[in-house]
Design a protein around this ligand. Sequence first.
Ligand SMILES: Cc1cc2nc3c(=O)[nH]c(=O)nc-3n(C[C@H](O)[C@H](O)[C@H](O)COP(=O)(O)OP(=O)(O)OC[C@H]3O[C@@H](n4cnc5c(N)ncnc54)[C@H](O)[C@@H]3O)c2cc1C
Length: 265
Amino acid sequence: MHILACVKQTPKSDNVKIDPATGCLIRSGAESAMNPFDEYALEEAVCLKEQLGGTVSVITMGPPAAENVLRDSIARGADKVYQLGDMAFAGSDTWATSYALSKGVEKINALEKIDIILCGKQTNDSDTGHIGPQISAWLQWPNAAFVRRVVQADEKGITVERLTEDGTDELYLPYPCVISVVKEISDPRVRSVKGRLAAKRAEVVKWTADDIGADKTKLGLKNCPTRVVKSFAPQRDSSAVVIEGANGKEKAAKLVDLLKENKYI
Ligand SMILES: Cc1cc2nc3c(=O)[nH]c(=O)nc-3n(C[C@H](O)[C@H](O)[C@H](O)COP(=O)(O)OP(=O)(O)OC[C@H]3O[C@@H](n4cnc5c(N)ncnc54)[C@H](O)[C@@H]3O)c2cc1C
């Protein structure tokens, strides 16, 4: 089995700020780490390897510092890591990002045939949830999103339980396929000492747009179909009412009156 996890380096907090002047996310200066959902995707990849044997590879597209999440992936049980980095990728929207990742996948697939790609449900910065389904569309591989449990997996395919608006359903996907996972899928393990040592020594394979045979007219800000018209942090109106009173009973009575007055009860 060859399982590929997609991980992204994102700001450590989910309190990501927007520059009011440019409307862009403020990434510089923010401490970065592996996107939280990707920890679960990687853990599930390592669990599948432990169950079925094989290799876990990890891919990221990002700036030079994104190498850190690849070394962290080795510490968490991955075997091989690949970084797509090139100024040609800068400013890519989800369409261009997923295109670049799909070209990286094709190159890895040519080296060692991939069975499953695992992505997180979404990131904690751009937060679209597009990338997993879009990679599957570029590759024309079957896809399941919001997967919360692997019901059964063998050498030919995988049966998963995914969340739907009404509950859950079960899907069988023959390999190769792409799956996006939610947090219920696994419990990320603590990094082992052996893993941390391996992370320091690991070779990070780095590829440019040319290395993966990407069409540069599909990459970067000027070639993206997405146009961001405006980004802003929602304004919070502080409309709290402080209920005064001599004691708890009096305050509770006033609160009940207020709720009745506003027809909440
Ligand atoms: C016009 C425009 C310009 C932009 N410019 C930039 C820019 O200059 N720099 C920048 O960092 N972002 C930029 N972005 C944001 C960037 O397009 C998205 O962050 C990226 O496409 C991933 O989308 P997402 O974060 O919503 O991922 P989601 O779709 O929410 O992620 C789902 C899953 O896909 C996988 N995944 C997502 N991104 C990656 C990745 N890079 N590598 C590997 N796996 C991944 C992970 O498993 C993740 O859990 C720009 C967006 C737009 C619209």
